[in-house]
Design a protein around this ligand. Structure first.
Ligand SMILES: O=C(O)CCC(=O)C(=O)O
Length: 285
């Protein structure tokens, strides 16, 4: 069994980024014992702090990642730091997820590909990423996606094709669409027969006149689509002991992945002539 912890966090407006980083460092220390910790999307800056993204942007040796690297070494655990507003070498800002290994090395970075623009300024302020990776992890080959990426099955298909057996999903998913969060985290696990480690933010953020409530409900879904553990709506450290052999067992028992065609095979399928005739009749042609 491998112990994994989801660290569901709030980012209240009356706390500075430095205070929050210190608080989270103490929280993880008080919950030592996991092999992998997963934190939410943009927890240190606060996802809805759009007007401060430029000011709070960090490089990979900034305060959030430096804390994570130091703490990973101290705890002897990998830490998926959720994401940071990263200032890239070329000056553009990105929503970058960072995984550090138990030796405190940066093992993976992932710049969010689908930046979000619905009741969000993220897509105006941040530049989407253009690469993916799958790296070793306690539950097998592990990939990262971020929040809104959950809605794009083509991305998940690609990660699965590249060998992912676990996908980490840091998020700042609003409570208003919690049922989509529940549905999609389970659907992706079932479709690809892999672990989904989905860590959401909680609490309220944004303009005091129009605050956004984050959905919490961070969850671990197993490769058969079962919810192994789920947080409530408040801050919480959720630990679970997971069997890394589950992926192989589920895939051997119900080998659906072997029947999956490639994207090009589906695109090459012709149209059913009978259906075309029916459509022409329906349109009076
Ligand atoms: O897709 C959604 O409903 C939420 C996405 C989101 O909040 C994000 O990507 O930060």
């Amino acid at each position: 069994m491998r112990r994994v912890a989801l660290v569901q966090l709030a980012s209240p407006a009356d706390e500075t980024r430095e205070q929050r980083i210190e608080r989270v460092e103490a929280l993880l220390r008080a919950n030592a014992g996991a092999e992998l910790y997963v934190l939410p999307e943009l927890w240190s800056a606060g996802y809805f702090s759009f007007d401060r993204y430029a000011e709070l942007a960090e490089t990979l040796d900034g305060p959030t990642v430096s804390m994570g690297r130091r703490l990973a070494r101290e705890l002897g655990a990998a830490i998926h730091l959720g994401s940071i507003v990263e200032r890239g070498a070329e000056g553009a800002l990105h929503n970058t997820a960072v995984l550090v290994d138990a030796d405190g090395r940066i093992a993976q970075t992932y710049r969010k590909i689908h930046v979000f623009g619905y009741q969000s300024l993220e897509s105006q302020l941040l530049t989407p990423g253009d690469s993916l990776s799958v790296v070793p992890g306690p539950l097998g080959p592990t990939a990262g996606t971020t929040c809104y990426d959950l809605r794009f099955p083509g991305l998940w298909q690609e990660l699965s094709d590249r060998g992912a057996e676990a996908v980490v999903v840091p998020a700042a998913w609003p409570a208003a669409r919690r049922e989509h969060w529940r549905l999609l985290t389970q659907a992706r696990a079932v479709e690809h027969q892999l672990w989904v480690l989905a860590c959401n933010a909680c609490g309220e953020q944004g303009e005091p006149s129009a605050p956004v409530r984050l959905g919490g409900t961070s969850r671990i879904v197993d490769p058969a689509g079962r919810v192994v553990a789920e947080c409530g709506e408040d801050e919480q450290v959720l630990m679970a002991d997971l069997d890394p052999g589950s992926v192989a067992r589920v895939r051997a028992e119900f080998p659906v992945l072997a029947d999956r065609l490639g994207a090009a095979d589906y695109a090459a399928l012709g149209s059913d002539p009978g259906a075309e005739a029916g459509a022409a009749r329906a349109h009076g042609r």
